[in-house]
Design a protein around this ligand. Structure first.
Ligand code: EPZ
Length: 417
């Protein structure tokens, strides 16, 4: 079992290049199943969830070749429609192959993803919406067995709740449905816009007709194409917060600043100095961090995927702060570990009261989920002394070369077996 050793405290100084987005790559990889040809994808991050999705595509019959920054997916002989539990259980986004398989073949058997540390992760919204396109399904021994005997037919679909994954699954499924679909109350995360750009480049016909409404006219021809996925806005936000927590001076590159305007505005309100250039953001940390009430919300609100990270920064604020987690029901798993480092955080339901003026002390720690793991690294970087973080396989799901990137800007961090 690998662990990370972090020797703090030190200020992060220098430049970090942001990788491609895990959460844009996963739906785009699933959407390649619509094609019977070759698709070239660039800028996919080398993280475990992407490897798992590529393995899932290979289990469905796709041929996958990776050279340098290009991944070639060849679906000429892709015929299978069964996505197994052992792949989907480790990466919930596996449910995203359901839409494309139904669109292409009219039937599919995909494992239910099951829950994880942050919540039960149901897929009821995906299934209810797919049935509006003519899909009949049943749940049998943990699998969704779905069929559309007459093929998918376009329809009006209103999502009862904003769901990133359900919006993505339905956009992909409706792209080959007969006729027109109108999806309303959609999630509008940038990764969804990236998915739509990719699908339209493959010859689909998808248009935003209002803030949260999309019109999709089904097509029956998908072209070969190549596409470069967008930058990872959560990785970008994580490193900005890391610089703030260590009172460093960091430049992050390969970003589109307006996409993370909310996060930048929050960091400015907390008292950090931020300079924006075309594809670069510079942040200069300081000793005086202001307190704040932060509520996570669907985009363009403050992202739940940065909640654990901003909590570490708020521990160093000059007064108490409040964080409200409104997306997942159990996303405070990092609190107990941060409290073992000297934080004083009290949780009640979906609210966390974060006491300010904390100096973190080093400790041996346990990671529980992807974003909680990275929040422990941020706290360890600012604690004087050696911290050990166990179960870092969580981290490897979503952060490419994190030790290398942090070492390059002065962190004393190493992986030990
Ligand atoms: C995506 O998960 C992201 N994952 C998550 O990032 C992110 O936290 C989340 O969106 C919210 O932004 C990927 O993109 C691969 P949802 P997803 O459907 O699609 C409930 C990370 O760290 N819900 O928007 O699963 C659900 O339980 C990960 O990179 C239903 O009730 O999120 C949650 O409470 C973590 N029924 C809320 O909606 C459904 O059918 C939002 O979930 C679907 C969702």
């Amino acid at each position: 079992m690998q662990k990370l050793e972090v020797l703090g405290a030190n200020k992060l100084k220098g430049q970090i290049k942001i990788s491609g987005s895990k959460n844009a790559s996963l739906p785009i990889l699933a959407a390649t199943l619509l094609s019977k040809k070759k698709i070239i994808l660039k800028n996919l991050p080398r993280v475990r969830d992407i490897e798992t999705m590529l393995t899932l595509l290979k289990s469905l019959g796709s041929k996958v070749r990776v050279n340098n920054n290009h991944t070639i997916i060849d679906n000429t002989n892709q015929k299978k429609k069964f996505a197994s539990y052992n792949l989907v259980k480790t990466m919930r986004a596996g449910i995203l192959v359901l839409g494309p398989l139904l669109a292409k073949y009219g039937s599919a058997r995909v494992s239910l993803p099951g829950g994880c540390a942050i919540g039960t992760r149901p897929v009821d919204i995906h299934l209810k919406a797919l049935s509006k396109l003519g899909v009949k399904y049943k749940i049998d021994q943990g699998y969704v067995i779905a069929n559309a005997p007459k093929g998918l037919k376009g329809n009006k679909i209103h999502f009862s709740k904003i769901s990133v994954g359900a919006t993505e699954n339905l956009i992909i499924a409706a792209s080959l449905a007969k006729g027109t679909s109108i999806l309303s109350n959609c999630a509008i995360e940038p990764e969804i816009k990236d998915l739509i750009n990719f699908l339209n480049k493959m010859g689909c016909n998808i248009k935003w007709i209002s803030k949260r409404t999309i019109r999709i006219i089904g097509v029956n021809k998908i072209k070969e194409t190549s596409y470069s996925v967008m930058f990872d806005r959560i990785e970008a936000g994580t490193y900005l917060i890391a610089a703030a927590v260590t009172e460093g001076n960091l430049k992050i590159k390969n970003v589109i600043p307006e996409i993370i305007k909310t996060e930048i505005d929050v960091l400015k309100k907390l008292g950090l100095k931020i300079t924006i250039k075309k594809n670069e953001i510079q942040i200069i940390g300081n000793k005086k961090i202001k307190n704040m009430k932060i509520k996570t919300a669907p985009y363009p609100g403050f992202p739940t995927d940065l909640q654990a990270q901003i909590m570490v920064l708020l521990c160093k604020a000059n007064k108490n702060s409040i964080i409200e987690e409104n997306i997942f029901e159990n996303r405070f798993m990092h609190v107990a570990e941060l409290n073992r480092m000297g934080a004083k955080i009290l949780t009640k339901g979906n609210k966390a009261l974060v006491e300010g003026n904390i100096s973190f002390a080093p400790a041996e720690l346990m990671a529980t989920d992807l974003r909680a793991s990275v929040s422990l690294i941020l706290a360890a970087l600012s604690a004087k002394g050696k911290s050990i973080i166990n179960r870092i396989y969580h981290l490897d799901r979503g952060y490419e070369n994190i030790e290398k990137k942090l070492k390059k800007v002065g962190a004393k961090i190493r992986r030990v077996n």
